[in-house]
Every structure is written in structure tokens, then in C-alpha cells.
Design a protein around this ligand. Structure first.
Ligand code: ADP
Ligand code: MN
Ligand code: MN
Ligand code: MN
Length: 347
């Protein structure tokens, strides 16, 4: 059986990598498994990942999904490796800590753009101010084609095997959100990248671009920016938790504020102004049901004895979910390590 394998990877552009992909035709006796997929190569000098004189980079398959839009086809998420088999410097996935019991829910916001403006914007100027677009219905609020796009995107994700949990129209006209839930930093982030890929590819046929910029209409205007809130929990947070642990965790997040901001997506100073349901970029705050805080604590978290998940509202829509999830695990693990050391001294 001949199948189409779409090898997908992140290129070497800074500060944000682009998705790249190419098709490999391969023969298998039965449905291929991840382990059966060959390592492949590409011209790294065309993706800012190598010099022309020594241009080969390698694609190592790390996650396999069905490709519902094509016949006999698969989507293959890859890590980029150097010729000696070690991770390429651009390979953020290889560098992050993982924990299968760390659960992540990413809320990916984005704008649909056509001819340089959000879908539904008039040729000149702006549509009616924000207010009725969020979760809105009707042509006046969502236009004529966005609903079809986001609906097709749901089906593509579900048929690919991605754990997409929902979509909604967002605060600005032309702005939408999808949510992905995954267990483990790598798996959750793989699914966000593949969901982004499917959306970008789907929109080609509509002459529409996906704009992930965190503040595409500028910081001066009263139009929403795009975030990628990261909801997270570890087994310890879900099953043990407690107010003392929560306080230690928030202290660790506060101490690592700059390290978190560094991987939460570029241009975040335009978005994290402290207005429009965002935190200020230069301070760390948390609060119950507080949408102006860096970390929002769900009511259920306090009601359950400081157990459950927390929402970091600072990551933006351009952020790399590998780096975001990895950094969150790193900060959580620093608390666990500190607690272990203190317990050892106390004993
Ligand atoms: P809101 O828009 O109110 O911030 P959403 O419903 O868009 O909330 O997103 C909430 C996210 O939280 C979902 O992606 C969901 O998967 C995630 N989530 C729920 N429970 C947990 C958990 N225990 N650990 C991590 N993420 C969780
Ligand atoms: Mn949401
Ligand atoms: Mn949202
Ligand atoms: Mn949210």
C-alpha cells in the first residue's frame, strides 16, 4: 500500500519558527506505525538551519497523525537533527523536560486575515467596536466564511486524532480560538503545532491567512490581542496540592518571571499592558477568577483545597508551545526539588 507521509517540522527563523512540510511517498504492508517511519532529510540552507556548503538536516519522526484531508495520508511531526544525530539548535522539542502526568490545556487565539485586514473588516477603517463579537452569531458578527473554516478545522483535528476540546469566536472581529488538551509537554505541544498546521493549510483554499501576532492591530487601538493561555496541572497539583504548596509554587513563578516571559512569545509587551483582561508584563500576580492576573486560579481550585489546575494567561498566540510547557514544568520541578532538600535538612 502506497501512502503519503507529510513530514512536518519547525524551521530556524527567529524569534518564531515557521512550519514547513514536504511529502514522502512510502510503501507499507499495513497501516504504518511511528517506529516504522524512516528518518528523512531536507535542505537546511533554505530554512535558516544550515549553510549551503553543508546543508543536510535530518527529520526524525516523533508523532504520527492521520491526514483526513488527503487520501491514504499521514501527518508526521518531526524533530530536526544535525548530521551526527544530535538535536539541531532550533529543535526546541528535544530540549524540554517532559512528564506524562503534567496536563496542558492551550487556548490558541488567532485572527483570520484577508488582504491585510481581519476577515469582516471594511475596506477602509474599522467595523463596530468590540462587544458583540465574542461567542457571537450572525453575519454582522462573524461574517460569511469564518464559521465554515473553523467548523472544518474541528473535523480535521478530530479525524487526525488531535484532542481539540472546543472553539469560539473571540473578542475582536475576525478573531477565533481553539483549545487543545494533552497529557505530557511534548504530546500537548505536538498537537498544538499540528492543529496550527491544519488550520494554515485549510485556509489556503479560502485565500485567507492565519495571523498569530499577539497584537496585530497595534497597542494603541482598542482591539483585542491574541493570547495562548496555558492551563496546567501536575499529578501533585491535582491529588495533593494544598495552600502551602500553592504559595511555594507562586513564589517560584514570581522568581522566574523573566524566564517565563522570555519563552511566552515575542512582542508580548504590546499585549501584556494590564488592560483588556491581561496582566502587566513587568509584574507577577495571581488571583481567583482574576482575568487581569498573570495566573488565574479557578474557583474550583480553592474549593477543592488548592488542588487542580491553574491558568497562566501570559503566553501569547505566537509562542512555541514546546518552550512554554517546558518552562512551566521546569519551574514546578524547582519547587519539588526545593521541598525535597528542605525535608532532607529537617529530617
Ligand atoms: P477560559 O476561556 O475560560 O479561560 P477555556 O474553556 O477556553 O477557558 O480553556 C480551559 C482549558 O483548561 C481547556 O483547554 C482545558 O482542557 C484545560 N483544562 C481543564 N482541566 C485541566 C487540568 N486538570 N489540567 C490542565 N488543563 C486543564
Ligand atoms: Mn478560552
Ligand atoms: Mn480566549
Ligand atoms: Mn483562558
Amino acid at each position: 500500500m502506497k501512502v503519503k507521509l507529510e513530514y512536518i517540522w519547525l524551521d530556524g527563523y527567529e524569534p518564531v519558527p515557521n512550519l514547513r512540510s514536504k511529502t514522502k511517498i512510502a510503501s507499507f504492508e499495513t497501516e504504518p506505525t511511528l517506529e516504522q517511519l524512516p528518518v528523512w532529510n531536507f535542505d537546511g540552507s533554505s530554512t535558516r538551519q544550515a549553510d549551503g556548503s553543508d546543508s543536510d538536516c535530518f527529520l526524525n519522526p516523533v508523532a504520527l497523525f492521520a491526514d483526513p484531508a488527503r487520501k491514504s495520508a499521514y501527518l508526521v511531526m518531526c524533530e530536526v537533527l544535525l548530521p551526527d544525530g544530535t538535536p539541531h539548535p532550533s529543535n526546541s522539542r528535544a530540549a524540554i523536560p517532559d512528564d506524562p502526568d503534567a496536563w496542558f490545556g492551550f487556548e490558541q487565539e488567532y485572527f483570520l486575515y484577508r488582504d491585510g485586514a481581519p476577515l469582516g473588516f471594511p475596506k477602509e477603517g474599522f467595523p463596530a467596536p468590540q462587544g458583540e463579537y465574542y461567542t457571537g452569531v450572525g453575519y454582522r458578527n462573524v461574517g460569511d466564511v469564518a464559521r465554515q473554516i473553523v467548523d472544518e478545522h474541528i473535523d480535521l483535528c478530530l479525524e487526525a486524532g488531535i484532542n481539540l476540546e472546543g472553539i469560539n469566536a473571540e473578542v475582536a472581529k475576525g478573531q477565533w480560538e481553539f483549545q487543545i488538551f494533552g497529557k505530557g509537554s511534548k504530546r500537548a505541544a505536538d498537537e498544538v503545532w499540528i492543529a496550527r498546521y491544519l488550520l494554515l493549510r485549510l485556509c489556503e483554499q479560502y485565500g485567507v491567512d492565519v495571523n498569530f501576532h499577539p497584537k496585530p492591530l497595534g497597542a494603541e487601538r482598542d482591539w483585542n490581542g491574541s493570547g495562548m493561555h496555558c492551563n496546567f496541572s501536575t499529578r501533585h497539583m491535582r491529588e495533593i496540592g494544598g495552600e502551602a504548596y500553592f504559595k511555594e509554587l507562586m513564589a517560584a513563578f514570581s522568581d522566574a518571571r523573566e524566564e517565563h516571559i522570555a519563552v511566552y512569545g515575542p512582542d508580548n509587551h504590546l499585549r501584556l499592558t494590564g488592560l483588556h483582561e491581561t496582566a502587566a508584563i513587568d509584574e507577577f500576580t495571581h488571583g481567583v477568577a482574576h482575568r487581569g492576573a498573570s495566573i488565574r486560579i479557578p474557583h474550583s481550585f480553592v474549593a477543592n483545597g488548592y488542588r487542580g489546575y491553574l491558568e497562566d494567561r501570559r503566553p501569547n498566540a505566537l509562542g512555541d508551545p514546546y518552550r512554554i510547557a517546558g518552562r512551566i514544568i521546569q519551574t514546578i520541578e524547582s519547587v519539588t526539588a526545593k521541598t525535597l532538600i528542605e525535608d532532607a535538612f529537617a529530617a
